[in-house]
Design a protein around this ligand. Structure first.
Ligand code: RB5
Length: 144
């Protein structure tokens, strides 16, 4: 059981994983916010990236997860919001390092590029890894 709140969003290309990840998070006891999309109809990923990124930047959510076809558009768009450190991950080592070294606050996934098992392992790794701080904080301060 965790008390952190996670905002989740996708476009049509990430809808299936969004639904599955939301269910997975709820089953683990996380509080979630579903920012859409809610149908398979074609839509624009930057809209959903902005909604989730704003929630995280404004501290209305602790972290965010964004899914599109490749994860690339979501990561580009989310990183435009000040205070967001969105990491596009396709394996668990990157997910771990994005937390330990970069204190990533948004995870981006590409539904069309990674299998479901890997997606869930990435999510679990990313949620369960803490920021290491120290010299890494100084580098994040430089970005800010
Ligand atoms: C939608 O076709 C696709 O372009 C989008 O999901 C994403 O992959 C963009 O980066």
């Amino acid at each position: 059981m965790s008390n952190i709140k996670i905002a989740v969003g996708s476009d049509h290309g990430g809808l299936e994983y969004k639904e599955k990840i939301l269910e997975f998070l709820k089953n683990k006891g996380y509080e979630t916010i579903d920012e859409g999309t809610y149908s398979k109809e074609s839509c624009d990923y930057p809209e959903f990236a902005r909604k989730v990124a704003n929630l995280v930047a404004e501290k209305k959510a602790d972290r965010g997860i964004l899914i599109c076809g490749s994860g690339i558009g979501m990561s580009i768009a989310a990183n435009k919001v000040k205070g967001i450190r969105a990491a596009l991950c396709s394996e668990t080592t990157s997910a771990r390092l994005s937390r330990e070294h970069n204190n990533s606050n948004i995870l981006c996934l590409g539904q069309r590029l990674i299998g479901e098992t890997m997606a869930f392992e990435i999510v679990e790794t990313w949620l369960n890894t803490e920021f290491a701080g120290g010299r890494h904080q100084h580098r994040i301060d430089i970005i800010e």
